[in-house]
Design a protein around this ligand. Structure first.
Ligand SMILES: [Zn+2]
Length: 55
């Protein structure tokens, strides 16, 4: 799984989950973002989705 903003590989935790967050866009598509990009965008989901779509 990769961060969709910086393309960095997300670390897998011991439960088989990934670090960072996933969020759905308005079409229900799931997107992944690493903790660093989350911080950069102040955890603002709207801003994060706009950043992903802006690529
Ligand atoms: Zn990232």
């Amino acid at each position: 799984m990769k961060c969709e903003i910086c393309n960095k590989k997300l670390k897998e935790t011991f439960l088989g989950k990934y670090e960072g967050m996933n969020l759905k866009d308005e079409k229900g598509k799931l997107h992944w973002v690493c903790p660093e990009c989350q911080d950069t965008l102040n955890n603002d989901k709207k801003a994060i989705l706009e950043k992903i779509k802006g690529k």
